[in-house]
Design a protein around this ligand. Sequence first.
Ligand SMILES: NC(=O)c1ccc[n+]([C@@H]2O[C@H](COP(=O)([O-])OP(=O)(O)OC[C@H]3O[C@@H](n4cnc5c(N)ncnc54)[C@H](OP(=O)(O)O)[C@@H]3O)[C@@H](O)[C@H]2O)c1
Length: 304
Amino acid sequence: MQWHILGAGAIGCLWAHCLIKAKQDVRIILRNEVHLHTYKATSRLHYTDMDARKSHSFPQAELPSDAAPITRLFITTKAFSTQDAIDSIRHRLVDNAHIVLLQNGMGQHEQVCNQLPHCHVWGASSTDGAYLTSPFHVTRAGKGETIIGLLSRYNKLSDFPLLLPEKMDDLTVHLTQNISLYLWRKLAINAAINPLTALLDCRNGALSSVPAYRQKVSIICKEIEAIAESLHQPLFEDSLEKHVFSVAELTANNFSSMHQDVTHKRKTEIDYINGFIQAQSALKGLDTPFNKQLITSIQAKPHS
Ligand SMILES: NC(=O)c1ccc[n+]([C@@H]2O[C@H](COP(=O)([O-])OP(=O)(O)OC[C@H]3O[C@@H](n4cnc5c(N)ncnc54)[C@H](OP(=O)(O)O)[C@@H]3O)[C@@H](O)[C@H]2O)c1
């Protein structure tokens, strides 16, 4: 089976490597000639697993402007790059192509579904962790699971099989009929942990261990729960706050992705995480002042 991967960063390289190990034909689509040239110096991905074991794989690399048709595509850019990424390969998508948005944040899914009604658009939510040490060198930082589901509400998964390999080297993948639940859960947890850790300049664990930070978690969680409730969107059976503290404790020593982005003066995904919550609250005429304050403070951070 042939797969294209658009966004050869940490998650894109992790998936490219694991799909190749599962004997799939993988092509990574690189942004431009400069990236292609860098890749072609060795034409390989370097993967370091959780036990520091190293291995390689050899996906082919293409440019967006290539002509070869795309039938199965993973988008693994940051959420704010989705539109540019889709625009760059739109001409190559066959009718009924499968597109998997393997990203955090929300808002981009609806955009892609609306723009590509002739494609099957999937959402994916992952608790895996990975980072790049240099271009095309990916290190596994955490082993979680990826949940994938079709975004078009009225279609059944069985009608549009994605045909992922049954055994995926080093990745745990499940299909769901209700992907929006998992996207919302991840969004809600990220909307609390990401901006707070970035603004308080702390590791995830501090959100649970420092009483003053716990209070801030409670405030943002209540705002998010109010929005979800107004949309009739279930989150968890118990409180969101409980799940945020649990994730903060399980990943106590980690710096969140937004903390790292702010530290390295990179653009953050705030507009697609807390920004999405803000847009929903505006639609419902609800007030979410603390969420708004978090967005404004993160947006004020310098980035390239
Ligand atoms: N890393 C994790 O552990 C993790 C875990 C769970 C979920 N996620 C989510 O997964 C998504 C990807 O995260 P990541 O950490 O893999 O990000 P990343 O390392 O920044 O990778 C994104 C890649 O997409 C490339 N890209 C952007 N626009 C492009 C375009 N138009 N054409 C071609 N390539 C393009 C970027 O290239 P440039 O560098 O040239 O911009 C970069 O290589 C995010 O939504 C993130 O929140 C990440």
